[in-house]
Design a protein around this ligand. Sequence first.
Ligand SMILES: C[S@@+](CC[C@H](N)C(=O)[O-])C[C@H]1O[C@@H](n2cnc3c(N)ncnc32)[C@H](O)[C@@H]1O
Length: 417
Amino acid sequence: MSSISKNVIRFFKLAGINKRKDVEFFWKNIEKQFGNLGRSFREAIAARSDGQAVNPYEVRDASLELSLAVYSQYEADFASGLMSWIEEVEIEVPKRVLDIGCGNGVIACFMANLWPDTHVTGIDTSLNSIRCAEELARKLKLGNVKFEFGNAKDYFAKYNQSDIDMVLTSKVLQEVFTEEVGGFDLACPEDAFDTYEEIERLPELSANLIEFLNGVKAVLSDNGKYISVDRCGIPAAYVFLCRHFKEAGLGLIPARCEKIVGEDVGGYKESFPLSFLKKTPLAAEPSTEIIISLHKKMLLSEKLECINPVDGFVAEALYLAIGDKRPVHEAELIYRNGSGIMKMHLFHSEILAGVYKTTSRGMRQLEIVPLAEASAVVDAYFNEISKLSEYCDINENVSLDSSLLNQLGLEVVQSKA
Ligand SMILES: C[S@@+](CC[C@H](N)C(=O)[O-])C[C@H]1O[C@@H](n2cnc3c(N)ncnc32)[C@H](O)[C@@H]1O
């Protein structure tokens, strides 16, 4: 992903999206600047942190100024990444775009501004957000964008045409997962799911998501694209999502997938997988080739990335998605200073070799390479175990399939545990 384009900077200026403020200054000023509205927003954030079913966007979007102030602080970093991607993506300029869950309309307005001959529609279940988005479009003097209040499901039923060239969901699907009859529903908190198996056991999540994705597919033109930039903040959610894309008949094009990184005010970076999908499904996916390709694209094995738990989730998701893993070696490393346990797993499949590491503190790291390049990974794996033996007690399981090592003319190295 290249850096923020001049176009995005210009758009931010026009819209009134400013530089992020110091966090303490921001919160102190929110009440001073916006009075009761600022206080309500602060309370909504606190209530949501306590698990109450409050939609803070509804409160934020009661005023365009408040909405943009909060957006500048919390969303602009992510938005600039997404907008830069939209600007650079090599697609035919779409005639019709639908932004589902458009919120305050910033991204829809960016697209309308970027593509003056395109008709952009934004829909949202929050009336305040729709009013806010309309005000923003007026401020930007955009005649090619409109906003409609309503639920995606109702919109799909009513629209009944297949002529939209691009559908976008940005940070929306996590709400569709937990949606009951179409509202914002936090009754099913994200942290209710810790593993892929748990997600799979919740059929209502699948049913909601499939219904939603079928709706997306139905409104897309034959050559239409669906761009999902949705939070996968639960373990293995990305595999769950990819499976449902496939089930709904939407074909993932891995070479065009990306990740959009947003940094919040606390400096915490969160990655959102951007999935590029077309209306027709691909023959077989997710295949191992596709997983390798996604993995490379998303640079999941970069050392610094692996300490970010969200990337870790994606690593876990991809690890789970490799269906034909054959174990070569496993080691459990127990740190003598009490700082936890690391598990390392060296495995291979027909075409790839990989190392998957997890720690009791939640780190997940996956490194996969084509089988022909396995020797470097194998060497690094055993070197790491050997080095860690200075600090760790090690339980090893070497009585596993070592055909990979034999194939490569390497030996299983038993460390001095
Ligand atoms: C996290 S916000 C994201 C807003 C915007 N897409 C962005 O990236 O800034 C999610 C939005 O989705 C809306 N939403 C949730 N469920 C929806 C549904 N079923 N149909 C339409 N909008 C929905 C919410 O009201 C909220 O404005």
